[in-house]
Design a protein around this ligand. Structure first.
Ligand SMILES: Cc1cc2nc3c(=O)[nH]c(=O)nc-3n(C[C@H](O)[C@H](O)[C@H](O)COP(=O)(O)OP(=O)(O)OC[C@H]3O[C@@H](n4cnc5c(N)ncnc54)[C@H](O)[C@@H]3O)c2cc1C
Length: 792
């Protein structure tokens, strides 16, 4: 069984990993083509210094890095010299504690070092400059070209063909499906084509009409002459070193020091302007070193590493590699051309992990790790605009080592997407953060005078925060408030096959009366949660689906039969959540819909004043009220209609707090592809009795073997998310969402814990920066467990 015929474009570290992983799974009808010589093709992998720091804010990225290390060690293509990140500012020292937390949360062994210990690890450091460090003994140097050679050799032994000096000139697709590639040496037919073309990715993807949001940028790497302080005949004698306060990193090589620098001006290059293998002086992915851009890096290096004061920069490159709009890789199949896949914007650090995940996805239909942050189809349309791609790619280059708060929005380009309420929100002094391009009020300045619960946040919790957040939460619990829910994705699903389609795709029984609303899940074939959605039946063959993002639309499109239509109606519509115990008092006088008769999880169409609306009796904040939808043109009128009655508006800050008090999960944060409904506390949304649906067989099995649980913790402080949770001094899980609960007067954190610890009363500790915060497992939800408020 050789599997389908596959062409992998690119024999860099990603293409080589993929060929190896595919062939290991029995797919051996694989041809790897590269325009350059193999294994040193002239791509980014050919000159990468190969530093592998595994610590990452993303669990998936850390897991892919860990696998890369393990695999390369096994291949003899890794020097496990350790990785040291140092702090020269108090802010960075705190950040290293946060990073220590991430490493621990994702199962990587890490150590925090004193300045003296840093110098013991890396004797070139000036002890006076260093405040502390983070050390991972398992980090080190990937030998990229040997790793390419070793993985390709293994693949070739299994039957994979490797064609050097074959440039792909075109990718052929017939009726929306790839059939092969055209190279300068002839055609190769294929059922699957995977673009692992690195910085050339946008050019190759365009061959099938796909816009790849990737920007190649030049990055400076320089080498000193020999330093007497370094062992001259050893490939690498010191740990790899990062000095993020100055955008610098270091490795040694045969007695010289490599200095990488991200602090220079962004130098983007169009994929179309990259030279061909033959035209390039050294190799296509290298451009000439620009010493002026390196001046600050060298001054700072001589300060941090005094031994370099007598040395010179002997050589340097401006090497090209890929940046994306959100700093994550691009993986997956084109939405429009079946069989055309990409694995792009991948560092050497994650390459083998990406190769494995891609191979699993291709062979088994899904990866064993959660890839929702990496899926190439995650982007909204505006995020594919060339100007946006360029601006964000450059900004991410600049920020690559910056300390980023979880709520920190992009600064430019803004504003991009605004709801119809935006103009009024500005008048009310809204403080906006950004999500998927949408401007979202976090609180409103006008509410400053409202009574606020007393709460003093810690340093990090106080950022992107105002006491008004608490006031708006209180106002919602005690009165009524308007929440702009426009940014939530809305899909219209219609057509004769719509009901059967949704029955098959979701875990809920949506074949109920018109007006019903169902909260349910989308599952993978293995029972992993792909999303959570609300399905409102607005007609016999007409549904409105409240979804999480582009990947839901993509999932629907991929499964949609010919008699079902799926339309993204987000931009053309808007939504106000009108919630609070006095919601009926506010809304009933404005509408002919009998709101008392409209029960919880039911919907109706009608009018609010002059505005035609769809009202769904749902609430993410756990209060009486409705999501009220109308078309974008009527949005402002809807807002004004409520405001004229004296309503107040509330922002996302209050929303996040109220949501957690009520225990409502957020997809992508609390649960992802790797979790099943029963672990996530969402078993109630799975209707096993309704007949078959995607993932049903798998969840029937998984239901019986729940070993971990999404667990509610309460604490006297507030954490941010992603922190490790300890029990008996051992790391046992990690935090997902966290907020202060203004109604309950305590901090709330949801965390993944082993099932045996997920018992109310269990005491745990959360590693928050340099502190351990005491927390206790609590029964959930923390607020209104009897659901009296919602059903009232
Ligand atoms: C200066 C510098 C320092 C770096 N340091 C590090 C580091 O320390 N750690 C780290 O993890 N990463 C580092 N990186 C990033 C890393 O090198 C890249 O992200 C990684 O090598 C990309 O691998 P790839 O296989 O995707 O791309 P590449 O290695 O570029 O491979 C793509 C291949 O596709 C081929 N190709 C393209 N178009 C075609 C076509 N039409 N037909 C046929 N073949 C085609 C190319 O010839 C090339 O061989 C660094 C990069 C640079 C430039």
């Amino acid at each position: 069984m050789a599997g389908p015929s596959v062409v992998v474009i690119g024999a860099g570290v990603v293409g080589a990993a993929l060929a190896d992983e595919l062939s290991a799974r029995g797919w051996t009808d694989v041809t790897v083509v590269d325009q350059g010589d193999v294994p040193a093709t002239g791509g980014s992998s050919s000159h990468a210094p190969g530093l592998v720091f595994q610590t990452n804010g993303s669990k998936a990225m850390a897991e892919m890095a860990r696998y890369t290390v393990e695999k390369f060690v096994g291949l003899g293509a890794f020097l496990q010299v350790g990785g040291l990140e140092v702090a020269t500012t108090p802010e960075r020292l705190r950040e290293l504690h946060r990073r220590y937390g991430w490493a621990t949360s994702w199962g990587l062994e890490a150590e925090l070092l004193s300045p003296e210990e840093c110098v013991v690890r890396h004797p070139l450091l000036d002890a006076e400059r260093v405040l502390g460090g983070l050390f991972l003994a398992s980090d080190g140097l990937a030998l990229a070209v040997p790793a390419v050679a070793a993985q390709l050799a293994r693949a070739q032994e299994r039957g994979v063909r490797v064609l050097a000096r074959h440039e792909v000139l075109d990718v052929v697709a017939v009726d929306g499906r790839v059939t092969g590639v055209v190279t300068d040496k002839g055609e190769i037919s294929a059922d699957v084509v995977v673009c692992c073309a690195g910085i050339w990715g946008p050019r190759v993807a365009r061959m099938v009409g796909m816009e790849l949001p990737l920007t190649p940028l030049a990055h400076q790497l320089a080498w000193t002459g020999r330093l007497p302080e370094l062992a001259g005949d050893v490939v690498a004698s010191l740990p790899i070193l990062r000095h993020q306060d100055a955008d610098l990193y270091y490795r040694d090589r045969n007695g010289t020091l490599g200095v990488g620098y991200y602090g220079h001006r962004p130098m983007p290059v169009s994929a179309d302007d990259i030279l061909s293998v033959d035209a390039a002086e050294v190799m296509p992915s290298l451009t000439a070193f620009t010493p002026d851009d390196f001046a600050d890096a060298w001054t700072e290096t001589q300060s941090l590493l005094p031994a370099t004061r007598t040395a010179k920069v002997e050589e340097g490159v401006n090497g090209l590699f890929s940046f994306t709009t959100d700093n994550m890789p691009l993986m997956g199949e084109s939405r429009d051309v079946r069989g055309f896949w990409v694995a792009e914007a991948v560092w050497v650090t994650h390459s083998a992990g990406v190769g494995r995940a891609m191979a699993e996805w291709l062979v088994d239909g899904r990866s064993s790790i959660d890839l929702h942050e990496c899926d190439v189809n995650r982007f909204e349309r505006h995020q594919l605009a060339p100007e946006y791609v360029l601006a964000r790619g450059c900004q991410n280059y600049v920020e690559v080592y910056d300390i980023i708060h979880p709520l920190q929005p992009m600064e430019d380009p803004r504003p991009l997407r605004t709801s119809p309420f935006h103009v009024r929100q500005r008048e009310l002094g809204a403080y906006f953060l950004e999500a998927s391009g949408w401007e979202r009020p976090h609180w409103y300045g006008v509410n400053e005078g409202l009574p606020a619960p007393s709460y003093v946040p810690n340093d990090w919790a106080a950022r992107y925060w105002s006491p008004i957040v608490g006031a708006e939460a209180k106002a919602t619990r005690e009165g009524v408030a308007l929440y702009d829910m426009t940014a939530l994705k809305r899909l219209e699903v219609s057509g004769p096959g719509a009901t059967a389609f949704l029955q098959r795709l979701t875990t809920g029984d949506v074949d109920k009366s018109i007006g019903s609303v169902t909260y349910c899940l989308l599952l993978d074939g293995d029972g992993g949660i792909r999303s959570d959605v609300t399905v409102a039946r607005l007609g016999a063959d007409h549904f409105q689906v409240g979804a999480n993002g582009e990947l839901d639309l993509d999932w629907f499109e991929r499964h949609r039969p010919g008699d079902v239509f799926v339309r993204d109606i987000t931009a053309g519509t808007c939504c106000l959540g009108v919630w609070g115990p006095r919601a009926r008092e506010l809304v009933q006088p404005l509408t002919g819909v009998d709101l008392t008769a409209l029960r919880y999880f039911r919907g109706a169409r009608g009018y609010v004043g002059h505005v035609p609306v769809t009202m769904l009796r749902l609430s993410y904040v756990g209060e009486l009220g409705w999501e009220i939808y109308t078309t974008a043109d009527m949005g402002l009128k809807l807002w004004d209609t409520f405001m004229r009655e004296g309503a107040i508006a509330a922002g996302r800050g209050a929303f996040a707090s109220l949501r957690l008090e009520k225990g409502y999960r957020s997809f992508g944060v609390d649960m992802t592809f790797e979790h099943d409904p029963y672990e996530a506390g969402l078993g109630f949304a799975v209707k096993l009795g309704k007949g078959d649906f995607i993932g049903r067989d798998a969840v029937v099995e998984r239901k019986e073997s729940v070993r971990r649980k999404l667990t509610c913790l309460v604490l006297d402080d507030v954490v941010m998310g992603k922190e490790p949770v300890y029990h008996d001094g051992r790391a046992v899980g990690y935090v997902t969402s966290a907020a202060y609960g203004y109604t309950i007067g305590r901090g709330i954190a949801y965390a993944w814990l082993p099932a045996e610890l997920s018992v109310p009363g269990t005491a745990v500790r959360i590693g928050y920066f340099d502190r351990l915060v005491e927390a206790v497992v609590a029964a959930e939800p923390l607020f209104d467990p009897a659901m009296e408020r919602l059903r009232g």
